[in-house]
Design a binder for this molecule. Structure first.
Ligand code: EPU
Length: 338
Protein backbone atom coordinates (compact mmCIF):
# COMPACT_ATOMS: atom_id res chain seq x y z
CA UNK A 1 0.00 0.00 0.00
CA UNK A 2 1.36 3.43 -0.90
CA UNK A 3 1.80 6.06 1.82
CA UNK A 4 1.97 9.71 0.91
CA UNK A 5 5.18 11.67 1.60
CA UNK A 6 3.92 14.87 -0.01
CA UNK A 7 3.62 16.68 3.32
CA UNK A 8 7.00 15.33 4.47
CA UNK A 9 9.27 16.93 1.86
CA UNK A 10 9.90 20.69 1.71
CA UNK A 11 9.94 20.67 -2.12
CA UNK A 12 6.28 19.59 -1.76
CA UNK A 13 6.66 17.04 -4.53
CA UNK A 14 3.86 14.52 -4.78
CA UNK A 15 5.63 11.50 -3.37
CA UNK A 16 4.93 8.11 -1.83
CA UNK A 17 6.56 5.03 -0.36
CA UNK A 18 5.56 1.42 0.24
CA UNK A 19 5.67 1.65 4.05
CA UNK A 20 5.90 4.65 6.35
CA UNK A 21 6.78 4.22 10.04
CA UNK A 22 6.78 7.14 12.45
CA UNK A 23 9.51 6.34 14.97
CA UNK A 24 8.84 7.95 18.34
CA UNK A 25 11.13 6.02 20.72
CA UNK A 26 14.36 4.06 20.87
CA UNK A 27 12.40 1.07 22.14
CA UNK A 28 10.20 1.14 19.00
CA UNK A 29 13.27 1.58 16.76
CA UNK A 30 14.95 -1.46 18.33
CA UNK A 31 11.80 -3.53 17.66
CA UNK A 32 11.68 -2.45 13.99
CA UNK A 33 15.32 -2.87 12.98
CA UNK A 34 16.86 -4.37 10.92
CA UNK A 35 14.89 -3.40 7.81
CA UNK A 36 16.04 -4.73 4.44
CA UNK A 37 15.20 -1.69 2.32
CA UNK A 38 14.78 1.52 4.28
CA UNK A 39 15.64 5.18 4.37
CA UNK A 40 15.42 7.70 7.18
CA UNK A 41 13.46 10.91 6.84
CA UNK A 42 13.98 13.88 9.13
CA UNK A 43 12.61 17.30 8.17
CA UNK A 44 12.53 16.32 4.47
CA UNK A 45 14.42 19.50 3.56
CA UNK A 46 17.22 17.96 1.54
CA UNK A 47 15.49 15.15 -0.28
CA UNK A 48 14.02 14.81 -3.77
CA UNK A 49 11.49 12.05 -4.39
CA UNK A 50 11.78 11.42 -8.10
CA UNK A 51 9.58 8.30 -8.07
CA UNK A 52 7.50 6.13 -5.76
CA UNK A 53 9.94 4.58 -3.25
CA UNK A 54 9.42 0.82 -2.97
CA UNK A 55 10.95 0.50 0.53
CA UNK A 56 10.22 1.61 4.11
CA UNK A 57 10.57 5.22 5.23
CA UNK A 58 11.43 5.68 8.91
CA UNK A 59 10.32 9.15 9.98
CA UNK A 60 12.49 10.21 12.92
CA UNK A 61 10.19 11.70 15.57
CA UNK A 62 12.27 10.95 18.67
CA UNK A 63 12.43 14.01 20.91
CA UNK A 64 14.37 15.13 23.98
CA UNK A 65 17.35 17.13 25.24
CA UNK A 66 19.96 16.73 27.96
CA UNK A 67 22.21 19.54 29.10
CA UNK A 68 25.09 19.31 31.58
CA UNK A 69 28.19 21.41 32.08
CA UNK A 70 31.55 21.69 33.80
CA UNK A 71 33.61 24.80 34.41
CA UNK A 72 34.61 25.14 30.74
CA UNK A 73 31.92 23.57 28.56
CA UNK A 74 28.21 22.98 28.08
CA UNK A 75 27.48 19.40 27.01
CA UNK A 76 24.29 19.11 25.05
CA UNK A 77 22.76 15.95 23.68
CA UNK A 78 19.68 16.14 21.51
CA UNK A 79 17.42 13.41 20.09
CA UNK A 80 17.43 13.15 16.29
CA UNK A 81 13.79 14.10 15.70
CA UNK A 82 14.09 17.57 17.25
CA UNK A 83 13.82 20.56 14.92
CA UNK A 84 17.30 21.98 14.26
CA UNK A 85 16.34 25.67 14.32
CA UNK A 86 14.41 25.23 17.57
CA UNK A 87 17.50 23.74 19.23
CA UNK A 88 19.62 26.66 18.02
CA UNK A 89 17.12 29.20 19.38
CA UNK A 90 16.69 27.39 22.72
CA UNK A 91 20.48 27.44 23.22
CA UNK A 92 20.75 31.11 22.24
CA UNK A 93 17.91 32.05 24.58
CA UNK A 94 19.77 30.31 27.43
CA UNK A 95 22.88 32.34 26.49
CA UNK A 96 24.70 29.25 25.20
CA UNK A 97 26.78 30.09 22.12
CA UNK A 98 28.16 27.96 19.29
CA UNK A 99 25.08 27.12 17.22
CA UNK A 100 23.88 30.67 16.37
CA UNK A 101 25.39 30.85 12.84
CA UNK A 102 23.34 27.79 11.96
CA UNK A 103 19.99 29.44 12.78
CA UNK A 104 17.05 28.91 10.42
CA UNK A 105 18.60 25.93 8.63
CA UNK A 106 15.57 23.74 7.97
CA UNK A 107 15.57 20.09 8.98
CA UNK A 108 16.04 17.82 11.95
CA UNK A 109 18.90 17.32 14.40
CA UNK A 110 19.44 13.75 13.18
CA UNK A 111 19.99 14.95 9.61
CA UNK A 112 22.46 17.67 10.61
CA UNK A 113 25.56 15.42 10.94
CA UNK A 114 24.68 13.38 7.84
CA UNK A 115 25.51 16.25 5.49
CA UNK A 116 27.50 18.28 8.03
CA UNK A 117 25.24 21.33 7.76
CA UNK A 118 27.03 24.65 7.54
CA UNK A 119 26.46 28.36 7.09
CA UNK A 120 28.20 31.70 7.65
CA UNK A 121 31.61 30.29 8.56
CA UNK A 122 30.46 27.51 10.93
CA UNK A 123 29.66 23.88 10.29
CA UNK A 124 28.29 21.16 12.50
CA UNK A 125 31.74 19.52 12.62
CA UNK A 126 33.00 22.49 14.71
CA UNK A 127 30.69 21.70 17.63
CA UNK A 128 29.62 18.06 17.34
CA UNK A 129 31.56 15.52 19.37
CA UNK A 130 29.69 12.37 18.37
CA UNK A 131 26.43 10.65 17.44
CA UNK A 132 24.38 7.63 18.49
CA UNK A 133 23.37 5.71 15.39
CA UNK A 134 21.54 2.49 14.53
CA UNK A 135 22.48 0.47 11.47
CA UNK A 136 19.35 0.00 9.35
CA UNK A 137 20.70 -3.20 7.85
CA UNK A 138 21.93 -4.94 11.02
CA UNK A 139 20.04 -3.13 13.79
CA UNK A 140 23.29 -2.64 15.69
CA UNK A 141 23.63 0.42 17.92
CA UNK A 142 26.89 2.37 17.51
CA UNK A 143 28.43 5.50 18.94
CA UNK A 144 30.62 7.37 16.43
CA UNK A 145 33.01 10.09 17.52
CA UNK A 146 33.24 13.20 15.36
CA UNK A 147 36.46 11.91 13.81
CA UNK A 148 34.81 8.57 12.98
CA UNK A 149 32.01 10.55 11.29
CA UNK A 150 34.69 11.91 8.87
CA UNK A 151 32.97 15.25 8.45
CA UNK A 152 33.82 17.15 5.28
CA UNK A 153 32.11 19.85 3.21
CA UNK A 154 28.44 18.71 3.09
CA UNK A 155 29.64 15.17 3.57
CA UNK A 156 30.35 12.46 6.18
CA UNK A 157 30.87 8.73 6.53
CA UNK A 158 27.21 8.60 7.67
CA UNK A 159 26.07 10.13 4.39
CA UNK A 160 28.24 7.86 2.27
CA UNK A 161 27.09 4.68 4.02
CA UNK A 162 23.35 5.53 3.79
CA UNK A 163 22.86 2.96 6.55
CA UNK A 164 22.31 4.94 9.74
CA UNK A 165 19.38 6.21 11.77
CA UNK A 166 20.83 9.00 13.94
CA UNK A 167 19.07 8.78 17.26
CA UNK A 168 21.11 11.35 19.22
CA UNK A 169 23.71 14.05 18.52
CA UNK A 170 26.25 15.24 21.12
CA UNK A 171 27.60 18.80 21.24
CA UNK A 172 30.39 20.42 23.26
CA UNK A 173 30.01 24.18 23.49
CA UNK A 174 32.68 26.39 25.07
CA UNK A 175 31.52 28.67 27.90
CA UNK A 176 34.23 31.06 26.77
CA UNK A 177 32.24 31.71 23.59
CA UNK A 178 33.54 33.95 20.82
CA UNK A 179 31.26 34.97 17.95
CA UNK A 180 32.28 33.73 14.49
CA UNK A 181 31.68 36.75 12.27
CA UNK A 182 34.07 36.21 9.37
CA UNK A 183 31.27 35.99 6.76
CA UNK A 184 31.10 39.32 4.88
CA UNK A 185 27.59 40.39 5.86
CA UNK A 186 28.14 39.46 9.52
CA UNK A 187 31.43 41.37 9.56
CA UNK A 188 29.70 44.48 8.20
CA UNK A 189 27.00 44.19 10.88
CA UNK A 190 29.60 43.72 13.66
CA UNK A 191 31.31 46.96 12.68
CA UNK A 192 28.14 48.91 13.40
CA UNK A 193 27.74 47.47 16.92
CA UNK A 194 28.98 49.20 20.06
CA UNK A 195 29.68 46.06 22.11
CA UNK A 196 30.10 42.32 21.71
CA UNK A 197 26.92 40.67 20.36
CA UNK A 198 25.30 37.81 22.30
CA UNK A 199 24.59 34.41 20.69
CA UNK A 200 20.95 35.52 20.35
CA UNK A 201 21.99 38.77 18.60
CA UNK A 202 24.04 36.76 16.09
CA UNK A 203 21.20 34.28 15.52
CA UNK A 204 18.77 37.14 14.86
CA UNK A 205 21.18 38.69 12.34
CA UNK A 206 21.70 35.34 10.60
CA UNK A 207 17.91 34.96 10.38
CA UNK A 208 17.70 38.42 8.77
CA UNK A 209 20.39 37.57 6.20
CA UNK A 210 18.79 34.23 5.35
CA UNK A 211 15.29 35.70 5.08
CA UNK A 212 16.53 38.35 2.64
CA UNK A 213 17.89 35.75 0.19
CA UNK A 214 16.55 32.31 0.85
CA UNK A 215 12.90 31.40 0.18
CA UNK A 216 10.80 30.08 3.07
CA UNK A 217 9.81 26.56 2.08
CA UNK A 218 6.35 27.02 3.61
CA UNK A 219 5.54 29.70 1.02
CA UNK A 220 7.84 28.70 -1.87
CA UNK A 221 8.68 24.99 -1.59
CA UNK A 222 12.44 24.33 -1.98
CA UNK A 223 15.30 22.23 -0.60
CA UNK A 224 17.87 24.98 0.08
CA UNK A 225 21.00 24.97 -2.07
CA UNK A 226 20.27 22.50 -4.84
CA UNK A 227 23.95 22.07 -5.78
CA UNK A 228 27.16 22.04 -3.72
CA UNK A 229 29.76 24.71 -4.21
CA UNK A 230 32.42 23.02 -6.38
CA UNK A 231 35.83 22.50 -4.80
CA UNK A 232 38.64 22.96 -7.35
CA UNK A 233 42.34 22.23 -7.23
CA UNK A 234 44.50 25.40 -7.16
CA UNK A 235 45.41 24.97 -10.84
CA UNK A 236 41.77 24.46 -11.92
CA UNK A 237 40.77 27.48 -9.82
CA UNK A 238 43.54 29.58 -11.30
CA UNK A 239 42.36 28.83 -14.80
CA UNK A 240 38.78 29.79 -13.93
CA UNK A 241 39.71 32.93 -11.99
CA UNK A 242 41.99 34.21 -14.75
CA UNK A 243 39.05 34.08 -17.11
CA UNK A 244 36.41 35.14 -14.54
CA UNK A 245 38.17 37.23 -11.87
CA UNK A 246 34.88 38.32 -10.28
CA UNK A 247 33.96 34.79 -9.20
CA UNK A 248 33.66 34.59 -5.38
CA UNK A 249 35.98 31.90 -3.99
CA UNK A 250 37.12 30.70 -0.58
CA UNK A 251 39.97 28.55 0.71
CA UNK A 252 38.98 24.90 1.32
CA UNK A 253 42.03 23.24 2.84
CA UNK A 254 44.56 23.13 0.02
CA UNK A 255 41.83 23.62 -2.54
CA UNK A 256 39.48 26.44 -3.52
CA UNK A 257 35.71 26.52 -3.19
CA UNK A 258 33.81 28.40 -5.89
CA UNK A 259 30.39 30.06 -5.44
CA UNK A 260 28.08 27.97 -7.61
CA UNK A 261 25.28 30.54 -7.14
CA UNK A 262 27.48 33.14 -8.84
CA UNK A 263 28.17 30.84 -11.80
CA UNK A 264 24.43 30.21 -12.31
CA UNK A 265 23.67 33.92 -11.82
CA UNK A 266 26.24 34.86 -14.51
CA UNK A 267 24.24 32.81 -17.00
CA UNK A 268 21.24 35.05 -16.34
CA UNK A 269 19.25 32.11 -14.99
CA UNK A 270 17.67 33.78 -11.93
CA UNK A 271 13.91 33.36 -12.40
CA UNK A 272 14.37 30.94 -15.33
CA UNK A 273 11.65 28.28 -15.27
CA UNK A 274 10.63 24.99 -16.81
CA UNK A 275 6.94 24.39 -16.13
CA UNK A 276 6.36 25.01 -12.42
CA UNK A 277 10.06 24.66 -11.51
CA UNK A 278 12.24 27.79 -11.30
CA UNK A 279 15.65 29.12 -10.33
CA UNK A 280 14.99 31.34 -7.30
CA UNK A 281 15.02 35.03 -8.19
CA UNK A 282 17.23 36.09 -5.23
CA UNK A 283 19.60 33.10 -4.84
CA UNK A 284 20.46 31.20 -8.01
CA UNK A 285 21.71 28.13 -6.12
CA UNK A 286 18.17 27.42 -4.90
CA UNK A 287 15.67 25.73 -7.20
CA UNK A 288 12.04 26.21 -6.22
CA UNK A 289 8.75 24.47 -6.81
CA UNK A 290 7.02 27.65 -7.89
CA UNK A 291 3.69 26.36 -9.12
CA UNK A 292 2.97 22.66 -8.63
CA UNK A 293 6.09 21.47 -10.41
CA UNK A 294 6.40 17.81 -11.25
CA UNK A 295 9.59 15.92 -10.35
CA UNK A 296 10.31 15.73 -14.10
CA UNK A 297 10.21 19.54 -14.47
CA UNK A 298 12.56 20.07 -11.52
CA UNK A 299 14.90 17.37 -12.84
CA UNK A 300 14.88 18.98 -16.30
CA UNK A 301 15.66 22.36 -14.73
CA UNK A 302 18.50 20.94 -12.59
CA UNK A 303 20.00 19.16 -15.62
CA UNK A 304 19.70 22.35 -17.70
CA UNK A 305 21.45 24.46 -15.02
CA UNK A 306 24.20 21.85 -14.62
CA UNK A 307 24.74 21.65 -18.42
CA UNK A 308 24.74 25.44 -18.92
CA UNK A 309 27.34 25.88 -16.16
CA UNK A 310 29.40 23.08 -17.67
CA UNK A 311 29.26 24.63 -21.16
CA UNK A 312 30.34 28.09 -20.00
CA UNK A 313 32.72 27.37 -17.10
CA UNK A 314 33.73 23.73 -17.66
CA UNK A 315 32.65 22.90 -14.12
CA UNK A 316 30.28 20.06 -13.38
CA UNK A 317 27.95 20.91 -10.50
CA UNK A 318 27.10 18.14 -8.07
CA UNK A 319 23.67 18.17 -6.41
CA UNK A 320 23.47 18.74 -2.67
CA UNK A 321 19.95 17.28 -2.48
CA UNK A 322 19.50 13.52 -2.25
CA UNK A 323 17.56 11.93 -5.09
CA UNK A 324 15.32 8.96 -4.34
CA UNK A 325 14.00 6.68 -7.08
CA UNK A 326 12.05 3.43 -6.87
CA UNK A 327 14.96 1.46 -5.39
CA UNK A 328 16.45 4.16 -3.15
CA UNK A 329 19.24 6.73 -3.41
CA UNK A 330 20.37 7.61 -6.92
CA UNK A 331 22.16 10.35 -8.85
CA UNK A 332 20.83 13.25 -10.93
CA UNK A 333 22.21 11.45 -14.01
CA UNK A 334 20.21 8.34 -13.13
CA UNK A 335 16.95 10.24 -12.52
CA UNK A 336 17.42 12.24 -15.71
CA UNK A 337 17.10 8.95 -17.55
CA UNK A 338 14.15 7.44 -15.65
N1 EPU B 1 25.99 34.79 -5.46
C1 EPU B 1 25.62 35.46 -6.57
N2 EPU B 1 24.40 35.19 -7.10
C2 EPU B 1 23.56 34.28 -6.58
C3 EPU B 1 23.94 33.57 -5.41
C4 EPU B 1 25.18 33.86 -4.87
O1 EPU B 1 26.37 36.29 -7.10
O2 EPU B 1 22.47 34.10 -7.12
C5 EPU B 1 27.29 35.11 -4.82
C6 EPU B 1 27.07 35.90 -3.53
O3 EPU B 1 27.00 37.28 -3.78
C7 EPU B 1 28.29 35.55 -2.73
C8 EPU B 1 28.59 34.11 -3.17
O4 EPU B 1 27.94 33.92 -4.42
O5 EPU B 1 29.38 36.34 -3.07
C9 EPU B 1 28.12 33.08 -2.17
O6 EPU B 1 26.73 33.22 -1.95
P1 EPU B 1 26.06 33.01 -0.50
O7 EPU B 1 26.84 33.71 0.54
O8 EPU B 1 24.61 33.32 -0.62
O9 EPU B 1 26.25 31.48 -0.18
P2 EPU B 1 26.29 30.17 -1.08
O10 EPU B 1 27.71 29.78 -1.29
O11 EPU B 1 25.43 30.31 -2.28
C10 EPU B 1 26.39 28.54 0.96
C11 EPU B 1 25.64 27.35 1.47
C12 EPU B 1 24.34 27.80 2.12
C13 EPU B 1 24.67 28.74 3.27
C14 EPU B 1 25.46 29.93 2.72
C15 EPU B 1 25.95 30.88 3.80
C16 EPU B 1 26.29 25.51 0.03
C17 EPU B 1 25.88 24.59 -1.07
N3 EPU B 1 25.38 26.43 0.38
O12 EPU B 1 25.60 29.12 -0.08
O13 EPU B 1 23.70 26.64 2.65
O14 EPU B 1 23.49 29.19 3.90
O15 EPU B 1 26.64 29.45 2.03
O16 EPU B 1 27.01 30.32 4.48
O17 EPU B 1 27.37 25.36 0.58
C18 EPU B 1 22.24 24.88 2.02
O18 EPU B 1 23.20 24.11 2.14
O19 EPU B 1 21.10 24.46 1.68
C19 EPU B 1 22.44 26.30 2.22
C20 EPU B 1 21.47 27.19 2.01
Amino acid sequence: MAHSLTQLNTLQLTASCEQLITVTSIHQLEQILPVAKALVLGGGSNIFFAQHYSGTVLHNQIFGYELTHDSEFHYLSVAGGENWHQVVMNCCEMGIGGLENLALIPGSVGAAPIQNIGAYGVELANICVGVDAYSLSSGQKCYFTASQCQFAYRDSMLKRSRDFFISRVYFKLAKNWQPQLSYGELQAWRQQLAGLPSPLDVARQVIKIRQAKLPDHYTIPNAGSFFKNPVLTPSQANKLLTKFPGCPHYPAGENIKIAAGWLIDQLGLKGFSIGGAAVHSKQALVLVNQTQATPEQLIALAAYVRDQVNDKFEIRLEPEVNFIANDGYCTLEQVTNV
